[in-house]
Ligand binder design. Sequence first.
Ligand code: NDP
Ligand code: HSE
Length: 440
Amino acid sequence: MAELNTESTTPTVGVALLGMGTVGREVLRILGEAEQDFTARIDGRLEVRGVAVSDLSKPREGVDPALLTDDALGLVKRDDIDLVIEVIGGIDYPRTIVMAALNAGKSVVTANKALVAAHAMELADAADASGADLFFEAAVAAAIPVVGPLRRSLAGDKVNAVMGILNGTTNFILDAMDKRGASYDVMLAEATELGYAEADPSADVDGYDAASKAAILASLAFHSPVGFDDVHCEGIRNITADDIAAAKAAGCTIKLLGICERLVDEESGDESISARVYPALVPLSHPLATVSESFNAIFVIAEHAGRLMFYGNGAGGAPTASAVLGDVVAAARNVVHGGRAPGMSTYANLPIADFGAVRTRYHVDMTVQDRPGVLAEVASTFAAHGVSIKTVRQEENVDGARLVVITHHATEQALEETVDALMQLEAVKNVRSVIRMEGN
Ligand code: NDP
Ligand code: HSE
């Protein structure tokens, strides 16, 4: 409960900041620089009463040392804390702290997509039970407002798909590999240096970060519980300079995409959800192909609103702090004036579709023997599994011939069976890569 400042009638909201890394430092800096604006917007004063870190011996600029503690749990339990900002990261430790805060009726603002994707319902139930707010705009695509629009602005519509570039680090890497022929390892080190990557950057390159965001987006879009484990996830580790050159030859670039779709069974009309993350070829003419560096872009397709596009800074300290602070203002207003933001809506409770049922197009790159009849054998293997070929490109190489087949839409299951059968053919020396094609 906000307390009245005795020198004026302005109520004060006691804030605990958990984490003072890339994001936490920026949150504290902006709060300090725009203190009066925050007071006016909230109609109450924000007072940071404690800052939790892991290592108390590190030098910290811009923070009163008396505020620092390495006991985050003790801090959130203090009576003078009304609002908790969690920017530590990880799952188990922040879960304990955030649950303690929510159970005590203290509102929480978090940028932690891994936590929200793993435990959204538990956190939302705790918030509902105590009447606290749980905000997580920064957890998806940092500065880009997309959680708020899905939760509020589109609450009167029916969302059928949400898809786009959800991870800044991998876009930064793939963009530089494509445009400058830069090396994967060098660009990953640079993304880490710039504060884009997660504490463990395998969360970025293996797709887990984007999968957490896809789970959150799918839950909000389809009013159903979707967790991290419900998202099919593939990262960019195996994308080579060769794949990027092949994409260019096909008039495309490669992007790591997160795709959340409402699937409708043609016969029964039953609906289900597909949420997936994988690298895909995107035509150069598609807006997503022009999304460079660490920027993110998200398309939302809704029945009445039509096609919406959200674009902006998807990573970095200040952009993420912007989203965190937007939530802080909303939560603090509720502390001062009463009321709550809408909670998680999961009434539709749609099931998760089998990944094998997902339909897309494929770019299949293989090395085959260079002799008469091979093309016919390969084509008939695709046909035997119901996968229709759109184009074939062949070029000679030292091992035989390189054959690149682009398919029409087919299911994941049909494509997997086709590739298994191709690998049994004597004529096929190897299937170098299979990459999906999206955006057309
Ligand atoms: P950092 O690793 O830069 O900072 C983490 C902070 O948490 C550090 O200050 C660290 O302390 C502190 N910390 C770690 N363990 C504990 C603990 N046990 N108790 C108290 N404090 C602890 O992470 P980021 O700022 O980059 O990210 C924070 C969160 O924001 C993550 O959930 C991330 O996914 C999310 N996020 C990040 C974005 C980005 O671009 N960086 C964008 C969107 C979301 P110490 O300083 O002592 O090491
Ligand atoms: N590591 C994340 C990214 C930070 O690169 O997108 C933003 O969520």
